[in-house]
Design a protein around this ligand. Sequence first.
Ligand SMILES: Cc1ncc(COP(=O)(O)O)c(C=O)c1O
Length: 371
Amino acid sequence: MTGLSTNAIHAADHLKRVPDVIPPINVSTTFRYSSNPDELVKAADNKENIDDTPIYSRLAHPGSNSVEALLGPIVKGHSVVYNSGLSAFFAALTLFNPRTIAIGKGYHGCHGIVDIFKRNQGLVQIGLDDDFSVLQKGDIVHLETPVNPDGTYFDISYYAEKAHKYGALLMVDSTFAPPPLQDPFQHGADIVMHSATKYFGGHSDLLAGVLVTQDREIKNQLLNDRVFLGSNIGNLESALLIRSLKTLELRVLQQSRSATRIVEYLSQNIGQFPDLVEIVHGSLQKDSYIATQVTAHTPVFSIKVKSEDFAKRLPSKLNFFEHATSLGGVESLIEWRALSDATVAPDILRISIGIENSDDLLNDLIQALSQ
Ligand SMILES: Cc1ncc(COP(=O)(O)O)c(C=O)c1O
């Protein structure tokens, strides 16, 4: 079996349509039908193979096909790519159409979509710690791990067992721990989602999302729904994502190493920084399941500081961290999180470690926290 970076570079080689080493950016929205009348297949009869022959780019296009072929062996399943992480989550709720969803802490945008389904379809929402006996076959347990904005973990196996006992599906949002950090399928997940805008994209220059299933039939249903939801990834974004996937493993492992080292230093020397109250990160969490669930820690963590005022001012004291929302890019980001998520306390900052030299990042944090 070939390794992650080999797959990320070569798993779509068979789909290359020209000899170029880098596939051209394909801007066509429509593709000529075969000139052989015997080969004409009605789109409606071609559902099983929607991804094989490009017809119209809302259905599939060479870029989206290549992204899905590249992602397959990386995410260990059949992948369906979308034009954002939230499009992927919306598509999952549309296909599975649960009557009840169990959802806990996590990205506020997913909660926003749940609210839309509650308003329009009467979806019932319960919490992850609630009694799951109200769940029925086809319902969904949605687990974000590592979770926003802290980068701490939930036990996937525990929630898989709790969901499966009542016939519900476990969906894991693994955005904060892309391959090779975590494989939720190994711990009982039925469907995995990623905001590919984050680590898969890695350069803060594309929006995309992905759903992964190990069931080919579910992949086909998702592809069919996507045609009518109109949420396939764009041509240009798919070209950017193909470029990004080649360095996924290199980037993520370095980001993880740097974040873990920075968190270790700050937590061991917290006494040096009078305005720093707490560092929260998966590497500081003690639960025993973590050793088997992740191979290395997420590059995102949060810090709690003494006051809202200090939280607002800290980003402007840093040289190598942009004050911006999002995460997963090669450049380090810090965000006074209350700006984009009203549910987060005003003394919390979220930090996403990029691929800069880790000494430089650590020294920058030390100087800013010491001011
Ligand atoms: C954990 C998580 N899931 C989903 C999303 C939504 O992704 P997108 O912005 O690509 O729609 C985000 C975005 O920040 C996220 O952090």
